[in-house]
Design a binder for this molecule. Structure first.
Ligand SMILES: [Fe+2]
Length: 476
């Protein structure tokens, strides 16, 4: 018999795990799904299988994929947990065996030799494969794009050569069944719209700390470039342009020595400031220029582009590390533009708006290029719920807002172009919305150019999709 989930802010309300896997054909649609919208929206997020044995943080929850397949004005839904080695072991045992905080010291002895990473952060479609991603502890997991069944760990056919030290992997419980250490790959790769390449990286608390990784359009790893860093830090995301790869290194440092003292390896050290590593796309570690910037923290950049010797980037930027105690006045993330001057060697922050935003996205056909429109979930934070979806016009500075019904919480908006050659921003904005009142969820489809208007379509689910992280669209 399974234990009930404890009363925990990340295991109740919008975050309460959904215990079932299944399929719903022909969901009820209010309004009309656009005839030119065909494909599948996949979304990943933490959905803990068993009540945690110690504490809990959603970064450690088991990943569940929710898929909305839209065709001919109809929508079909399916959801399935990602079968990680940890998920399978715990299901066999009928209880949580791994720490809910990701602390290997708190794992049950039965976990020895089993990779403990969840796969809960993002789900992407690249080179004909659907991959569930997490930034540490487990390589990508390949899923069947129709059934969501787990095909298995996918390490780019053995080319993901940035494993942890095997002894460390053993200690961390990050060894795969065949004895190899688990490789590492970011949950936030960028797909170059011109070349189809997937640019990514791996970071770790152990040397080499940071590695730049390039995956070709046909899914082969073509580069593994270890990057020498000023200090080891948590690197959740990065930015790329047509010319540059940019590694923002915030002073959320990760030092393994702390573990020996029984402390968390992660610590906020604002006195170090932010270091911004800029590398030419075809450069190597020796070509990286590290620029000094003020402290601050970003989980998610929106986009960036290079113009001559200047780089401009837009970020959802926090004042301080959001996992630390917030300063008086709070710690909102706001849309902030970075002005990087490679000649003057400076980075200047410019807050563009005072709305609290997260999960910035764009029309990804403009990834790394000059662009005009960005989209965010907004006017709140992930825990309290974000009642709005926002569109920023970065040319005019104007923002448009779609305010959801009372008691609703938006999630990451995903932009889908109306057609492959539609102008930038002409298309649809999709977001899975939690309705607190009915403890159910809807998939909301907005006209991305008329965001404030009533949704084009609201796809009604009979159950709730818990608050989650990231997802992507796979065109039909
Ligand atoms: Fe993220």
């Amino acid at each position: 018999m399974s234990r009930a989930f404890p009363d925990h802010p990340f295991l109740t309300g919008a975050w309460e795990p959904w215990p079932m896997e299944g399929e719903v054909r022909d969901l009820v649609v209010e309004g009309e799904l656009p005839a030119d919208l065909g494909g599948t929206l996949y979304r990943n997020g933490p959905n803990q299988q068993y009540a945690p044995r110690d504490g809990y943080h959603p970064f450690s929850g088991d990943g569940m994929i929710h898929a909305f397949k839209i065709e001919d004005g109809r929508c079909h839904y399916r959801n399935r947990w990602v079968r990680t080695p940890r998920f399978n072991l715990e299901r066999e045992a009928g209880e949580a065996l791994f720490s809910g905080f990701g602390n290997p010291m708190a794992n049950d002895p039965r976990t020895k030799g089993v990779a403990g990473g969840p796969s809960n952060t993002n789900v992407i479609w690249h080179a004909g494969r659907l991959l569930s991603l997490v930034e540490g502890g487990l390589p990508p997991v390949e899923l069947d794009p129709e059934t969501l069944e787990t095909i298995g760990i996918y390490d780019f056919e053995g080319e993901l050569t940035r494993p942890m030290d095997p002894a460390v992997a053993e200690f961390m419980g990050a060894k795969l069944k065949d004895g190899r250490a688990a490789g590492i790959f970011t949950a936030h790769p960028k797909i170059d719209p011109a070349t189809g390449e997937m640019l990514g990286f791996a970071y770790s608390v152990f040397a080499p700390y940071l590695t730049y990784i390039v995956v070709s359009a046909d899914g082969r790893i073509t580069r593994n470039e270890d990057i020498e860093v000023p200090f080891p830090a948590m690197v959740h995301d990065f930015i790329t342009t047509e010319e540059h790869v940019i590694f923002p290194l915030f002073p959320a440092t990760m030092r393994v020595e702390r573990a020996a003292k029984g402390e968390s390896v992660l610590k906020w050290e604002p006195e170090l400031g932010t270091k911004v590593g800029v590398m030419p796309r075809d450069g190597s570690s020796a070509d990286v220029v590290w620029l000094d910037a003020d402290p601050g923290f970003v989980f998610h950049p929106m986009n960036a582009h290079t113009s001559g010797r200047k780089i401009t980037a837009e970020m959802a930027q926090f004042v301080t590390f959001p996992l630390d105690e917030a300063p008086p006045g709070g710690n909102p993330a706001t849309l902030t533009r970075w002005h990087i001057d490679l000649d003057a060697r400076t980075v200047r922050y410019e807050q563009l708006d005072d709305a609290e935003v997260e999960f910035p996205r764009l029309d990804e056909r403009r990834t790394g290029l000059p662009y005009r429109y960005g989209f965010c979930a907004g006017s709140g934070d992930a825990l309290r719920g974000m009642p709005d979806l926002l569109r920023y016009d970065l040319q005019t500075g104007r923002s448009d807002k779609h305010h959801l019904a009372e008691g609703s919480a938006s999630s990451e908006p995903v932009f889908v172009p109306r057609s492959a050659d539609a102008p930038e921003g002409d298309g649809f904005l999709l977001s899975v919305v939690y309705r607190g009142a009915g403890r159910s969820s809807d998939l909301v489809v907005l006209d991305a150019q008329n965001l404030a208007d009533a949704p084009l379509a609201t796809v009604k689910l009979p159950h709730r999709v818990p608050a989650g992280f990231h997802g992507n669209w796979r065109p039909a």
